[in-house]
Ligand binder design. Structure first.
Ligand code: PLP
Length: 430
């Protein structure tokens, strides 16, 4: 703790909250963040030399585990040739081709530098394509920090208790309509009340920024039908789910076509990358082909492309790991449910594929309102107990747990042993 604490004291002097992204500050669990020095496989090591089993995995990108040899080697090779040229490179073509090959219904890709940028650009494209201004998003879904999406947003915007942000112009918020996740009627009502004005419905096909909430059967299909009926585009924000639920992402997993798909996290292999993709007809509306402007000095950066390409190639060639990931996550989820039940601690564990999260609440969690019924102080105590036992969980109730291929059955077992020590019959009275 000594070195992390010292670094944090210096950090808060020169960076807001001591961090470059709010959730890292550990405020939702009232603790001092650990400064991470290095990571390997399923483990991260902090500045004090303590090693943890990591269930954050950089918030999703490290699906193969940290410091994966295939990704590291690709980056090392790319670095030899220079860091950035501001001109087209082979890696961009290869990564775009691989994405088009792996993901159903996309024909063209534009690379950007983050998930936020991908979403912001996809929304502009949707508005440009339809000539409409309004957007529908879902309460508790997070789509990065662009103005129009900071309305009823998830992730640390949810944990911090500010449903929207200061500095968002009223105009930007006015055009964003909020529906309830897993509630098609709430979407239908908004589409009917704003007939002919909604450019797009944007959704996390599996919500993973209010804790993990899978779509109810028929929900995504229903969105597809409502969008078709009302001439709105359907955008899947697959910044988390892309290449995580399946090699083809949510479209493949749920057999529902989206008009535009946004990517981030996994496609960069740990480097800053985002992308948006769709049909040729839609994507050719983007500059320099069409009237929707979008550009980026470092977009398609050769080192980032090399990392993403190496990771996606590995995933494509080892597609069996998806079953194994889901299996390990199910063992963990089932184990947590049993431990909580035995201790009399009200807990719901939602799990799909390699994503899961425990909610400290008695009832089922299918939308943001139910997620918010969780006892966040209980989560903070659970987090702290687990951290002390060498398990690094998301430092907030409303974030997902991410599994990687590097997590072994033994790691899962160790995690459950720690949970058994933390979730005792005395846990709630502590
Ligand atoms: C993380 C995330 C984003 C934002 O990506 P950044 O790279 O953090 O800008 C957007 N959408 C979803 C679903 C995310 O989980």
């Amino acid at each position: 703790m000594e070195y992390s604490e010292a670094l944090f004291r210096r950090a808060v002097q020169v960076m807001p909250g001591g961090v470059n992204s709010p959730v890292r500050a550990f405020r939702a669990v009232n603790m001092v963040p650990r400064f991470i020095e290095r990571a390997d496989g399923a483990y991260i090591t902090d500045e004090d030399g303590r090693r943890y089993i990591d269930y954050v995995c950089s918030w999703g990108p490290m699906i193969l585990g940290h410091n994966h040899p295939a990704v590291r080697t690709a980056v090392e090779q790319a670095v030899q040739n220079g860091l950035s040229f501001g001109a087209p490179t082979r890696g961009e073509v290869e990564l775009a081709r691989l994405m088009v090959d792996m993901v159903p219904h996309i024909e063209m890709v534009r690379m950007v530098n983050s998930g936020t940028e991908a979403v912001m650009s996809a929304l502009r494209l949707a508005r440009g394509a339809t000539g409409r201004d309004k957007l529908i998003k879902f309460d508790g879904c997070y789509h990065g920090h662009c103005d129009s999406m900071l309305v009823n947003a998830g992730s640390s915007a949810l944990a911090g208790g500010c449903p929207s942000s200061a500095g968002v112009p009223a105009g930007a918020a006015r055009d964003t309509l909020t529906a309830r996740y897993n509630d098609l009627n709430s979407v239908r009502a908004l589409l009917e009340a704003n007939s002919g004005q909604v450019a797009a419905v944007i959704v996390e096909p599996v919500a993973a920024n209010m804790g993990v909430i899978p779509p109810a059967p028929g929900f995504l299909q229903g969105l597809r039908e409502l969008c078709d009926e009302h001439g709105a585009l359907l955008i899947f924000d697959e910044v988390i789910t892309g290449f995580r639920l399946a090699p083809g992402g949510a479209q493949a997993c749920f057999n529902v076509r989206a008009d535009l798909v946004t990517f981030g996290k996994i496609i960069g292999g740990g480097m800053p990358v985002g992308a948006y993709a769709g049909s040729r007809a839609l994507m050719e509306l983007v500059a320099p082909c069409g009237p929707v402007y979008q550009a980026g000095t470092l977009s398609g950066n050769p080192v980032a492309m090399a990392a993403g390409l190496a990771q996606l190639r590995w995933l494509k060639e080892h597609a069996w790991i998806y079953d194994d990931l889901a299996d390990k996550a199910a063992v963990l989820a089932q184990g947590l449910r049993k431990i909580a039940a035995a201790a009399g601690v009200p807990m719901q564990v939602n799990q799909i594929g390699s994503l899961l999260s425990p909610f400290f609440t008695a009832g089922p969690v299918t939308n943001a309102a139910q997620a918010k019924s969780s006892d966040t102080e209980a989560y903070a105590r659970y987090f702290s107990g687990m951290l002390q036992r060498g398990i690094y969980l998301a430092p907030a109730q409303f974030e997902a747990m991410f599994l990687s291929d590097a997590h072994s059955r033994e790691d899962i077992e160790r995690t459950l042993c720690a949970a058994e020590e933390v979730l005792t019959p005395l846990f709630l009275s502590e």
